[in-house]
Every structure is written in structure tokens, then in C-alpha cells.
Write a protein that binds this ligand. Structure first.
Ligand code: C3B
Length: 844
């Protein structure tokens, strides 16, 4: 209210000591030097670029903290409803540049470090990516945090503070992926605040005894107790004081070591429990789109992953409840103050955990508790691939979380009773919908639990949400009504994915639209104003010149990191994403081979008329995903042959860039003329890099899948290149493959020829690739033989279109102009309004 009494001591003394946000260059240089001197114990004589990065980061962090404190105080005072975004992955990338952009201090910092003898660009390069995620799902979480803060919405993220992020990818001379650890916390991390006083105890194992008083309560005791310690990461909004929080939990032993064993001289046993506690948050699981059930992991691996999930959900819920209880409201009001978003099924244990707390600790009745739970949670599904749907073996859950298994069984019993009431005698339906899948062992179906425990369920693009409603959760739609099942099409933050990664383009847009950057970057529909300039020759030339400079920047990056020379007078064709059969990198590389064979068969005169092209791949394969790793090997070896062929190398170059990361994407995306999003129809839930490429004026070559469809709706079908079969045909085509296979030579001779060349050893020992080629020759689950011809035809259309350079640039401008819908600001506002019922809560 402003009239409140100062809480302690003398207000004037406090206020005189308080730091404000840095304003001018001299504030910044002072803070920088001060941190170099005191926090880092360095001086002008021995401060290298890395030290200077750290000093700049600490100065920026102080500014973030000022805003962060004000934001949290504002939330505490106003006590608005808040949303909590539970995600096992937050793929943040680098922070410094984003922090300065959002603080509005980029120019000042640049000038300041220059005065101190450094170059900001060099310092930014010194920062290591925070890579606590596998791919799309984790990067989406990061974009949503940026948008929540930018739109002044009270959202906190909750995740795990892994000691090791996604592995570092190395490529051996033979072309094999090798994995090395990512010890990203090796140096001090200036972006986090250890909260050693914010801790919770989390129990595992032990036994759960149901009380005999008919209350339904139970007593869970014994087993292992582990501490969760909070680390807070500040999330600044763009051009606002609002700075939200991402709280990451780290595990630590409840007791340092076991004194009895220690005294008995058994030192190894004494620290054993401390090791197993620390192990919980030590490493990010690198399996993407794979349920642990099929991950081919040892039982210990599965158990540890289950422990990660429970550890994180239990600590987060305890923290959320403590914050709520501090307000003094009755527990039945909880859903009015907290919405909890489940990012995929990974945090689904939060549902039985909240039931446990409400029943066993708060002593509510089952119905009261279930009422609260089903008004609190929201579930986003990110995939319909069967192998990615999480299931946990019942004996494992019973061993690790005995009380939760009881609760899951109880939820299931009440649920199936209700289903039986609505659909009497439909036993198949009961079996299909049950939370428990029969078999040896029985399994808990986490998507079913997430669905029935949530207020709403959504998919991440129109087509995907429709597939969720009509396939994996069809029975649930029939039972609960369709209105519970919605769609929120994904988005990406234009701060990082346009302004930061493509500063020149962003500046040109600002100048052209005559709208302040701070306005259009938060109201991306304003980009549409660019349409008026497609006919402006001068504007087109500037647009094209920026793309060219971005290509040169990428080429310099490849030159310095790999020592390879990329030609920049060519079309840049990019496919960057996790390696997975459904994403069909294989289709792309086989298309490259086809192009190579075609070029080889031409006379030099014919060749000289062809479009020059450089193809880039990047992406990691899950360490145990054999076929995906073979695909990498094939790409690398095709590159080796093609790039050395004097006949063709002016017309076709190929690069596999190792160790794909957020930072590498920031260099690749602005340089792309065309990017490939070519999943088998119906398999890619949304895709988000498709949005990033188009936002940066790259055109899209893709299948009619995921968010590609909505991108085409926005930019117009004549500005995208579509090919391939549509989703409704897929099931039938797969049936044909299984029961009426046609030899590949007959069905798709062009593809057969390519496969034969690979087998025959054109790219080194052909035998090595047989298992990969056989996935196409036999079964062809991802329909390469069905889509290859239309893919090649689409590539030809891309070549033709590119040869008309002027028209291409117009397409590029039109594409950027129509990307407003895909800002993550739009997406997060949809969640806030239609799901969480939250209001914007600016810092006053
Ligand atoms: C991904 C999907 O594969 C993408 O289509 C989607 O754009 C993103 O999520 C974000 O919604 N996804 C992922 O990265 N990991 C999973 N386990 C499941 C989906």
C-alpha cells in the first residue's frame, strides 16, 4: 500500500544502502571492476576474457536481483493466483546476452566493457550453455518462462539442478557419435542463487500402513530420507521489472554420513547413503521420446529415474503448499491460488503426492482431496508416439513409493466404478482406460493418471491435439466430454529467436516498421506491417544482404570450430533436431545421395546450370539408439565423400556439425534459406524450430504435420514447400507394408538405387549400414518408400524457386511477416487465460 510501516531498523539507513538497477555506463564499469576485484579476486593485470565474462555476469546479476526481489515482494503483497510449471527439462542456453537485452542494458554494457578493454561479443562466447534438457520439450519450457516474465504473469518454474546436463557429442573419425559428460557447473554459476535454507525432506521406500479407522489414511514410514535444496534462477522479463523464478532442486543426504559405520571403521559404508542421495540429481536422462520401459536400461537406471521424478515433484509440492499456507487461507482454497502445469507426464506423481498430503497430513476426505487435485493440475501432452508414453512397473512403484501405489490403486478403483456406471458391462473399455495395464509386470499408465487427475488436457498444435482426442485419449473424451481437451499451439520467444540471434534483421524490421522494438517484440503480430514492403526493391536488397552476412557468420563459425571451408554463394539447407527415425533425417541424407548421383551423371555444362547447395545437419542421438547413431555415421561418411569430389563439390557440400546446442542453433537458424521438418505425418506433435527458421526469413520444406500446418495457414501455401502422405493415410500404408509388401525396386526405383549404392560401399563399408537400410527395406514403419518420390519433387521445386532470387526474397519477407502467431507470448497468454485463470501482475 506504500503506507506500511518499515519492518525493522531505520528506514533511511536501509534505503541509503539499497542498490538500484544500473543505469549508465559508469555504474556498470564500477560494478564490473568491483566484482573483478572482490568476487573474483582479479585485477586489470590478470583478467582474461573468461574472467571478464564472469565480472560482467555478476554485474548483470545484481541488476536482476534488484528486480527479482521487487517482483517477489510484489507477489507476496498482492497474493495473486500463481502458476507453477513443472518440467524435468529447462534448456536455457546462455543467459548473459538475454539478461542484458531484457534489462535494456545491452548498449551500456557493450560500451562499458569496451572502456575496460574487452569486446562484448568475445565475452558472450565464453559462457557455457545451461543444457538441462534434451530438445523441444525443454526448450519450450525455457521460452515459456521468458514469455511469462515478459507478460508479467506470476509463473514459477520447478525443475532439477543436474550436475551434468545433456552429454557433449563428439564424432569419431569413423563417424560414430561418442558421448562425453557435460560438467556445466565446473565453474561457478553466476545465474543461480543457492538457497541453502530452503530445504525439504523426501522419503523413499519404507512401508505404508493403512489405518484401521476407516478414514482411508495411511502412515508411511521408514526407508530413505533425502534432502532437497533449492537453487533459484532469475528469469527476467523483457522491458519490465518483472523477474520470475525458476527453482531447481538438488539432492543431498539428510545426514552427512552414518556415524555408527564410521565409528566401526567402515568408512565406505559410512558415506554410501550420502552417495546414493547425491546421485538423484546428478544427471539428466538423455533418452528423448523413449519411455524408460523400452530404454533398455538396467533396473537401477529405471529406479533412479523414478526417484528423480518423485524427488522433484515432492519438493516442489511441499514448497508450493508452504507458500500457500503462509497466506493463512483454508486448504480448500488451494486451487484458487495455484495452478500446476504438468509438462508431459514426467511430473504426474504430483497427483498421488498431493492426494497423500491432503489425506494423510491434512486429514481431508477422499472426495475433498480429489476435488482439490482435479482443480489444480493441468496436463500438456507432447507426443502420441506409443514408445514415448510413460509407464512404470507396478513392483517398482510399490518398492520405491508404497503409499503412492495404494493411492493410485484407489484412484483407479473409484475411476473405473464411474466408467462402469456410464458404460455398463463394457469390459474392454475398462481394460483400455484402467490406470493399470495388465501384463508381467503390470504397469502404471502415467498419461491416464495425468489425464484423470487434471482439470484440462492439451496438445501442442491443432493436428496433434486432435490426435490426442481421437487416438490415445479417445476413451477419456467419451467419458469426460470433449471440452476438457484443448489445444495450445506452441510458440517461441522472439527475444532470443529473432532479436538476439539476428540483431541486424531485428534492427531492419524496427527501422522499416517505424515501431519501437520494445513494442513489436512483445506484440509480434505487428510484423505483418512488413508485407507492405515486399515490393520495395531497396528493402529487399537489405533483407537479402543480412541473410548473406548470416551465412558468412555461420561459415566463419564452421571454419574456426571445425577448420572446414563452407562456400557462402549457395543455398543453405538445414535440418537440426534430435536424431529419431520419425523425424526422418534418413530421408534427408538419402535425398542428398540422390542429388549427388544426379550431379555425377551430368555433363559439366548441365551441372553449371544447377543450384548450388550446402546441406547442414546437427543433432544428438540417444546413447542407446543404435539406428539413430548409424544415421549420423552415414551422414558423416557421405559428407566425407561428397566434399572431396572435385566434380560436384562446387554444387553440393554437406556438413554434420557436432554437439548441437541452443547456442549453435542461434548461429544456424538465421543463416538458413530452407529448413527441413519432414516427419512422417502425424508423428511430430508440433516442432518449434520450424517457427524459429520462418521467423528469421527461412522457408520451410516439410510434411503436413505438427505446427507446419499452422505455419502454412499463416504464411500461405505458396510460401511453403509441402510433400508426402497425409495423416489419415498413414495407418493404411503401414498395413500395406506389413501385409502386402511391394519390393522397393518396383515401388520406388530412385530410392532403391540410392540404397544399393550405400550397400555397395560408395560411402565406405556398406555392410555397416545394413541395419539402417533394412528398416526401410522391411516394414518401413516411417514410410520413406511412400514419401521419397514426392520429397525429391519438392526439393526440385525448392531449387526452381531459389533460382528466381527476387521472388524468393519476397517469400522470405512474407514468411517473417506472418509469424506473429508463433510468439510464445501468445501461447503463454492462452494458458494464463483459458487454463490457469491468472492475471497479469505488474510490479507497481
Ligand atoms: C517435443 C515434440 O517432439 C515436439 O514436436 C514439440 O514441439 C515439443 O516437444 C514441444 O512441445 N517432445 C520432446 O521434445 N520430448 C518428448 N519426450 C516428447 C515431445
Amino acid at each position: 500500500t506504500g503506507k506500511e510501516k518499515w519492518p525493522k531498523g531505520e528506514e533511511e539507513v536501509w534505503k541509503a544502502g539499497m542498490r538500484g538497477v544500473d543505469k549508465d555506463v559508469s555504474d556498470i564499469t564500477k560494478s564490473f571492476v568491483n566484482h573483478a576485484q572482490t568476487s573474483l579476486a582479479r585485477q586489470a593485470y590478470n583478467l582474461d576474457d573468461f574472467g571478464a565474462y564472469e565480472a560482467a555476469a555478476l554485474a548483470a546479476r545484481d541488476d536482476l536481483l534488484v528486480n527479482w526481489n521487487e517482483t517477489q515482494l510484489n507477489y507476496t503483497r498482492k497474493n495473486p493466483k500463481r502458476a507453477y510449471y513443472l518440467s524435468l527439462e529447462f534448456l536455457m542456453g546462455r543467459t548473459l546476452d538475454n539478461a542484458l537485452l531484457n534489462l535494456g542494458l545491452k548498449g551500456e554494457f557493450e560500451e562499458g566493457v569496451k572502456k575496460l578493454g574487452f569486446n562484448m561479443e568475445d565475452l558472450l562466447e565464453k559462457e557455457r550453455d545451461a543444457a538441462l534438457g534434451n530438445g523441444g520439450l525443454g526448450r519450450l519450457a525455457a521460452c515459456y518462462l521468458d514469455s511469462s516474465a515478459s507478460q508479467e504473469i506470476p509463473v514459477w518454474g520447478y525443475g532439477l539442478r543436474y550436475q551434468y546436463g545433456i552429454f557433449q557429442q563428439l564424432i569419431s573419425p569413423e563417424g560414430n557419435q561418442l558421448e562425453a559428460p557435460d560438467p556445466w557447473l565446473e565453474h561457478q554459476n553466476p545465474w543461480e542463487l543457492p538457497r541453502l535454507d530452503v530445504t525439504y525432506e523426501v522419503r523413499f521406500y519404507g512401508h505404508a500402513e493403512r489405518s484401521s479407522d476407516g478414514s482411508g489414511r495411511a502412515n508411511w514410514s521408514g526407508g530413505q530420507e533425502v534432502m532437497a535444496v533449492a537453487y533459484d534462477v532469475m528469469i527476467p522479463g523483457y522491458n519490465t521489472k518483472t523477474t520470475n523464478n525458476l527453482r531447481l532442486w538438488q539432492s543431498k543426504p539428510k545426514r552427512g554420513f552414518d556415524l555408527n559405520s564410521f565409528n566401526a571403521g567402515n568408512y565406505e559404508a559410512a558415506v554410501e547413503s550420502s552417495n546414493s542421495a547425491a546421485a538423484i540429481t546428478s544427471v539428466l536422462y538423455p533418452n528423448d521420446h523413449t519411455s524408460t520401459d523400452l530404454a533398455n536400461e538396467a533396473t537401477v537406471g529405471k529406479e533412479l529415474r523414478l526417484k528423480q521424478q518423485y524427488f522433484w515433484t515432492a519438493a516442489s509440492l511441499a514448497d508450493i503448499l508452504r507458500r500457500f499456507k503462509n497466506t493463512g487461507k483454508p486448504i480448500t482454497d488451494f486451487p484458487d491460488y495455484a495452478a500446476i502445469q504438468l509438462n508431459d507426464t514426467h511430473p504426474t506423481l504430483a497427483i498421488p503426492e498431493l492426494m497423500r498430503i491432503l489425506i494423510d497430513e491434512e486429514e481431508l476426505s477422499w472426495n475433498q482431496a480429489w476435488q482439490i487435485v482435479t482443480n489444480t493440475f493441468f496436463y500438456t501432452n507432447h507426443t502420441v508416439l506409443p514408445e514415448a508414453l510413460e509407464k512404470w512397473a507396478v513392483p517398482l512403484v510399490e518398492h520405491v513409493l508404497p503409499r503412492h501405489l495404494q493411492i493410485i490403486y484407489d484412484i483407479n478403483m473409484y475411476f473405473l466404478q464411474a466408467v462402469e456406471k456410464k458404460f455398463p458391462g463394457d469390459r474392454d473399455r475398462l481394460a483400455r482406460m484402467s490406470l493399470i495395464e495388465e501384463g508381467y509386470p503390470k504397469q502404471v499408465r502415467m498419461a491416464h493418471l495425468a489425464c484423470i487427475g487434471s482439470r484440462k488436457v492439451n496438445g501442442v498444435a491443432e493436428l496433434h491435439s486432435e490426435l490426442v482426442r481421437t487416438t490415445i485419449l479417445k476413451d477419456f473424451v467419451e467419458f469426460e466430454g470433449v471440452s476438457k481437451f484443448g489445444n495450445v499451439t506452441n510458440g517461441v520467444t522472439p527475444r532470443r529467436w529473432l532479436d538476439q540471434c539476428n540483431h541486424e534483421l531485428s534492427d531492419l524490421i524496427t527501422k522499416t516498421l517505424k515501431i519501437e522494438k520494445k513494442v513489436w517484440l512483445k506484440d509480434l503480430a505487428k510484423l505483418e506491417g512488413l508485407l507492405a514492403f515486399t515490393e520495395d526493391k531497396n528493402f529487399r536488397e537489405q533483407w537479402a544482404a543480412i541473410k548473406q552476412r548470416n551465412k558468412e557468420r555461420l561459415a566463419r563459425h564452421v571454419q574456426t570450430t571445425l577448420g572446414l571451408t563452407v562456400r557462402t554463394d549457395a543455398m543453405f539447407d538445414v535440418q537440426i533436431k534430435r536424431l529419431h527415425e520419425y523425424k526422418r533425417q534418413t530421408l534427408n541424407i538419402l535425398g542428398v545421395i540422390h542429388r549427388y548421383l544426379t550431379l555425377k551423371s551430368m555433363t559439366p555444362a548441365e551441372r553449371s546450370k544447377c543450384n548450388r547447395k550446402v546441406v547442414f545437419f546437427a543433432g544428438k542421438a540417444a546413447p542407446a539408439y543404435y539406428i539413430a547413431k548409424l544415421t549420423i555415421r552415414l551422414i558423416v561418411n557421405v559428407a566425407r565423400v561428397i566434399n572431396a569430389d572435385a566434380d560436384t563439390k562446387d554444387f553440393l557440400q554437406l556438413y554434420f556439425l557436432p554437439d548441437y546446442s541452443v547456442s549453435l542453433a542461434e548461429v544456424l537458424i538465421p543463416a538458413s534459406d530452407i529448413s527441413q521438418h519432414i516427419s512422417t505425418a502425424g508423428t511430430e506433435a508440433s516442432g518449434t524450430s520450424n517457427m524459429k527458421f520462418c521467423l528469421n526469413g527461412g522457408l520451410l520444406l516439410g510434411t503436413v504435420d505438427g505446427a507446419n500446418i499452422e505455419i502454412a495457414e499463416e504464411v500461405g501455401e505458396n510460401n511453403v514447400f509441402f510433400f508426402g502422405h497425409l495423416t489419415p493415410a498413414v495407418e493404411d500404408l503401414r498395413y500395406q507394408h506389413a501385409y502386402h509388401p511391394v519390393p522397393i525396386e518396383q515401388k520406388c526405383p530412385a530410392l532403391a538405387k540410392v540404397l544399393n549404392e550405400v550397400s555397395a560401399g560408395m560411402f565406405g563399408d556398406g555392410g555397416v549400414y545394413e541395419p539402417l537400410l533394412n528398416t526401410i527395406r522391411q516394414g518401413d514403419y516411417y514410410l520413406l518408400t511412400d514419401d521419397f518420390d514426392s520429397y525429391i519433387a519438392a526439393l526440385a521445386m525448392v531449387d526452381d524457386a531459389y533460382l528466381d532470387r527476387d521472388e524468393w526474397i519476397k517469400k522470405s519477407i512474407r514468411t517473417t511477416a506472418k509469424m506473429g502467431k508463433f510468439s510464445s507470448d501468445r501461447a503463454i497468454l492462452e494458458y494464463a487465460e483459458s487454463y490457469w485463470n491468472l492475471e497479469q501482475t505488474p510490479v507497481s
